[in-house]
Design a protein around this ligand. Structure first.
Ligand SMILES: [Zn+2]
Length: 94
């Protein structure tokens, strides 16, 4: 996209390394690396460094255009579901 987009990506990489702000895991594949807007652009978020974070493409699409607090709620719900699934399968690990 624009060079502005790229410079934010580079700055985030420089500051935080290749870590996904959503799941906390390392982003191994550069194709998976996306810039996520903390407050979505569709909700008035701006494309500035303090509103951007690096995230996996898959994590980013999971977050979609949710506001941070909405996403937290969805995530908590998801974690609970994953936990229940793991208990059922007997593969509980943290
Ligand atoms: Zn991730």
């Amino acid at each position: 996209m624009s060079s502005r987009n790229n410079s934010i990506k580079l700055q985030l990489l420089w500051e935080n390394g290749r870590r996904c702000a959503i799941c906390g895991k390392k982003i191994r594949n550069l194709d998976e690396l996306t810039v996520d807007h903390i407050v979505p652009k569709s909700k008035g978020g701006r494309h500035t460094i303090d509103n951007c974070q690096l995230a996996h493409k898959s994590c980013n699409s999971l977050k979609n255009d949710k506001m941070p607090e909405e996403f937290e709620k969805a995530l908590r719900y998801n974690r609970k579901r994953v936990l229940i699934m793991r208990i059922r399968k007997g593969i509980l690990f943290w």
